[in-house]
Design a protein around this ligand. Structure first.
Ligand code: GLY
Length: 254
């Protein structure tokens, strides 16, 4: 497994924040949390490529939004917020050495944080950051590679689909009660429902039985441990403050 990550710029406190967060408060703390995240990826055997941060882009550590990987290819997106469009070049430059890249048309907008691979299916959030043209581009991209796609409406209190839904175990989705409904998901998916007040904990990052989880969400942790998973608790306060989660900090690929 390989990953692209990008460090924390000096401008990070200006990062967009409207949903889980009210803005980052401590850049050194953010850098320390980021360092722990990268170290944990390496502990799992991931080969990590680090891109230098750029102060013109306060949100540039959230690299996931710029690429959707399917097999040996990546769809390079046009992220939904104009202030972040310039982050793309560095991510694209780093990925082009390793993957076949497909570029979105200019009118299409999508944050990678709206896309979750779930077995042979891609779930995509219809959100304020992802438009119909973006969804059509993704559909063409994944169907050409033998996958199917299902659209899920993202509730207005969530930035992205993956902010509130990830897959800790093949065939299983984790989601907060009251934000999404059983009928939103593929009919064959098992849904592990977590309490509304732990919604942030729905974003986990799995490496087989080893799962990175945000620290401080005991009910969710208990639920995952009961499924036989080994949890790796990560301090995420400075990322939550900018509406970012575990998956947002990397682009992962084989
Ligand atoms: N702060 C991450 C984003 O809003 O895109």
């Amino acid at each position: 497994m390989r990953a692209i990550v990008r460090g924390i710029p000096s401008s990070y406190e200006k990062g967009l924040a409207k949903y889980f967060g009210t803005g980052p408060t401590d850049i050194e703390d953010a850098r320390s949390q980021h360092k722990s995240y990268v170290a944990k990826l390496r502990e799992f055997g991931v080969t990590v490529k680090e891109i230098e941060p750029h102060d013109s882009y306060p949100d540039c550590c959230f690299v996931e939004d710029h690429a959707v990987v399917a097999g040996d290819s990546a769809l390079i997106t046009n992220v939904g917020h104009d202030s972040r469009l310039g982050e793309k070049a560095a991510v694209q430059g780093a990925l082009k050495e390793d993957l076949n890249l497909v570029l979105m048309e200019s009118e299409a907008r999508m944050d990678g944080g709206d896309v979750l691979q779930f077995g042979k299916q891609f779930l995509v959030g219809n959100s304020t950051r992802t438009n119909e043209a973006g969804i059509q581009c993704l559909k063409d991209f994944v169907e050409a590679r033998g996958f199917t796609m299902q659209v899920i409406q993202v509730p207005s209190n969530s930035l992205h689909l993956i902010s509130i839904c990830t897959s800790p175990i093949p065939g299983v989705l984790l989601a907060p009660e009251g934000w999404l409904a059983q009928s939103d998901f593929p009919s064959d998916a098992e849904i592990l429902w977590i309490p509304d007040k732990e919604a942030y904990a729905a974003n986990v990052l799995s490496f087989g039985k080893d799962v990175m989880v945000a620290a401080g969400y005991p009910h969710t942790s208990r639920l995952l441990e009961e499924r036989g998973l080994t949890l790796h608790s990560m301090e995420m306060s400075q990322f939550r403050a900018a509406d970012g989660s575990l998956t947002c900090l990397s682009v992962l690929y084989q």
